[in-house]
Design a protein around this ligand. Structure first.
Ligand SMILES: Nc1ncnc2c1ncn2[C@@H]1O[C@H](COP(=O)(O)OP(=O)(O)OP(=O)(O)O)[C@@H](O)[C@H]1O
Ligand SMILES: [Mg+2]
Length: 649
């Protein structure tokens, strides 16, 4: 039945309108008479306001208004405005049947008949509560976001307009760059760039890249308000309007100066460690080679010496040849000494040394080595304490440094040797040191050369000119003496080599006395001597030198065999042993013997300082390679005259 009714209604245009309005549920559409009495009601109105048509038709529309609005006469004014101006439009709170409120968008239009007389109003109301909530939520979240961005202090977050002028500024930006918002908003962002970057057009390029590629990220130096620089990570994102046009840019800047510094430190430490490891490895290698070489040279030197003496009335030409060979062997020995010094395997005799005295003693040698075009000056303060160093090695070090200086000054110049006391040198044990420096006015070194200068065999002097062992020797000697070598150099201005060496402990004079060689009473006495060496070449050579001196020689290739011989031959007066041997070392052997014979004379012959602290204490040592004279002197020192015969059980 209802169907037929609707069908009937749809046939007239008025009917069609009614159907339309009845179908609308998202808008309340109803009519009022000129007094504001409700005369029609649609389902949308029912839905929003909660009244059925029968309840509300005939009532005044003012009941939809709030108490307050009614008091101020808003309903009446609304109708008057609509009548006067042809339309009333407003958003505001309205009241439902159940008393709850909703946010409404209201339009009131007057209805007139064909004669223009007012016959009523049509009122359309829309419930905007949801939209209002959504808007409020959006505003809230925008506000939260703004506060968040504003409050971030670790990042500078700010906006630029499309041409690069600053339009917002957060706390982080203020903290990192130093500008308050009122100082900087409206300024161009290029002022954060360095002079050079500004001139190179970097700021403009950054914006171009950001808008072309959708993002720009770089690291670089930026400038704070106070002019100081910081290393920044910068991100620029373009921001577009809904219509696709460029609104501006969001810029995020982070201060990563500290991170960069930390990374650089780490890299430097890593490099330093690598350098130390490299030197360590080269040291092992060099030390090993030098050790073998030393033994070979010793055999050559010894044999040449014997040969020279055994040649009856030698032809001067032969003597000349022998001399050449001996000089060659000596130069070789000097070289291996430098290598051993670098590898810190040199046998150092640390004694209190007066640097001023040493340098004075060397003046002639230095002057003749350096030539007339180089002036040598010395700067020593009064009361310079003595250093603890090996006299020969220290002299050699000074000579090496002076010659390096000469080589760096082909047109002449000056070398200054100076000394100054220093306490608590970085990198060294706490205590007193002397800094002995050799400074030239030569070519100086490039960074790369300076870095590698103490590497053994590193030389810039060309094949056959430099061995590249000078500085390594100095370096090894200072380190082994408990000090260090520091090289400072500026290309074009010269080089300064600083030797830090520990100041001698306690009373220097008495220590020096102790080192003086004893009177050689027993030198001429013929002895029975046992030599121990695992290297047959060295053993043979030592035996020959000893026999030539008139001694009776027993020879053992190992410590165990030496002990056996000692047990068997009760007449042996002296033991000369190598230190480094498989099975048992020389000092261990000495300990075994001394345990039973506290006074038994023993000499340790060794090319390098592998003796640990306290090891072989009190035993005379003989540095390899040794000459016959050195051997004889060592024997004289070791054998106490008139000592009673000892026996080994
Ligand atoms: N005073 C200096 N001025 C400029 N460069 C120097 C100086 N001292 C050393 N060097 C550089 O360091 C390198 C290594 O020096 P080092 O003394 O170890 O070996 P060398 O002088 O080349 O050879 P050697 O000392 O064995 O004759 C030199 O080749 C040179 O390039
Ligand atoms: Mg040199």
């Amino acid at each position: 039945m209802e169907h037929t009714e609707r069908f009937e209604a749809s046939k007239s245009s008025e009917g069609r309108y009614r159907m339309l309005i009845d179908a609308v549920i998202d808008y309340a559409i109803y009519m009022l008479d000129p007094d504001g009495t409700v005369t029609s009601w649609n389902p949308g109105a029912r839905r929003f306001k909660g009244y059925n048509a029968s309840e509300i038709i005939g009532e005044n529309f003012s009941r939809f208004y709030t108490e307050e609005d009614r008091k101020t006469g808003l309903p009446e004014r609304a109708l008057q405005t609509a009548e006067r101006e042809g339309k009333f439009e407003q958003e505001g709170w309205r009241v439902r049947k159940d008393g709850t409120r909703f946010w409404a968008f209201v339009v009131i239009d007057p209805i007139r008949d064909s004669a223009g007389r007012l016959v009523g109003f049509v009122k359309i109301t829309r419930d905007l509560t949801e939209r209002r909530k959504a808007e409020a939520a959006l505003r809230e979240s925008e506000e939260q976001f703004r506060r968040l961005v504003q409050g971030v202090t670790d990042y500078a977050i700010y906006m630029l307009n499309s041409t690069g002028y600053i339009s917002s500024w957060n706390l982080g930006a203020q903290r990192i760059k130093g500008y308050a918002p009122e100082e900087i908003i409206g300024q161009h962002f290029s002022r954060f760039y360095t002079e050079e970057d500004q001139q190179a057009g970097l700021p403009q390029r950054a914006l171009e890249i950001a808008s072309r590629e959708g993002r720009y990220e770089r690291e670089g130096w930026r400038v704070r308000k106070d002019g100081t620089r910081f290393f920044a990570n910068v991100i620029i994102d373009p921001i577009y309007n809904p219509d696709g046009s460029l609104l501006g840019f969001a810029k995020i800047t982070r201060d990563i100066t500290e991170r960069m510094n930390a990374a650089r430190k780490l890299e430097e430490t890593r490099e330093a460690l690598l350098q130390v490891q490299k030197m360590e490895a080269i040291g092992h290698l060099t030390g090993g080679i030098a050790h073998d070489f030393n033994n070979l040279l010793m055999a050559i030197q010894g044999s040449l010496e014997l040969l020279q003496r055994r040649l009856p009335e030698a032809d001067p030409k032969v003597v000349q040849l022998l001399d050449n060979a001996r000089q060659g062997a000596q130069r070789g020995a000097a070289l291996t000494q430098r290598m051993l010094a670098f590898a810190r395997r040199q046998e150092l005799k640390l004694v209190p040394l007066d640097v001023r005295e040493v340098v004075q003693r060397m003046t002639n040698l230095l002057q003749s080595s350096l030539g007339p075009s180089i002036r040598i000056d010395t700067h020593f303060p009064a009361n310079l304490p003595k250093i603890n160093a090996d006299a020969n090695q220290f002299e050699l070090a000074l000579l090496n440094l002076a010659i390096n200086g000469r080589d760096a000054m082909p047109k002449g110049g000056s070398i200054v040797i100076a000394a100054a006391e220093r306490t608590d040198v970085p990198g060294l044990k706490a205590g007193h040191y002397l800094c002995v420096s050799v400074t030239d006015t030569g070519t100086g070194m490039e960074e790369e050369t300076l870095k590698r200068a103490t590497e053994p065999f590193f030389t810039t002097k060309g094949v056959g000119k430099g061995t590249g062992l000078g500085l390594p020797m100095v370096h090894g000697m200072t380190e082994q003496s408990g000090g260090k070598l520091v090289l400072k150099s500026t290309p074009g201005h010269g080089t300064s080599a600083e030797l830090y060496l520990p100041v001698a402990p306690g009373e220097a004079a008495s220590a020096a006395k102790e080192m003086a060689p004893r009177a050689s009473n027993g030198a001429q006495k013929k002895l029975a001597i046992l030599t121990v060496d695992d290297d047959p070449l060295v053993a043979l050579n030592t035996s020959a030198l000893l026999e030539e001196l008139g001694h009776t020689v027993y020879s053992a290739p190992s410590a165990m065999q030496a002990l056996e011989i000692l047990r068997r031959e009760k007449t042996i007066d002296l033991l000369i042993t190598d230190q480094l041997m498989p099975g048992m070392t020389g000092s261990e052997l000495a300990r075994r013997i001394r345990a039973e014979q506290a006074q038994f004379p023993i000499i340790i012959a060794t090319g390098y300082a592998e003796l640990g602290p306290g090891e072989a204490e009190g035993l005379p040592r003989l540095a390899k390679p040794f000459s016959q004279r050195e051997l004889a002197e060592a024997i004289a020192r070791a054998v106490i005259p008139d000592a009673s015969r000892r026996t080994i059980a």
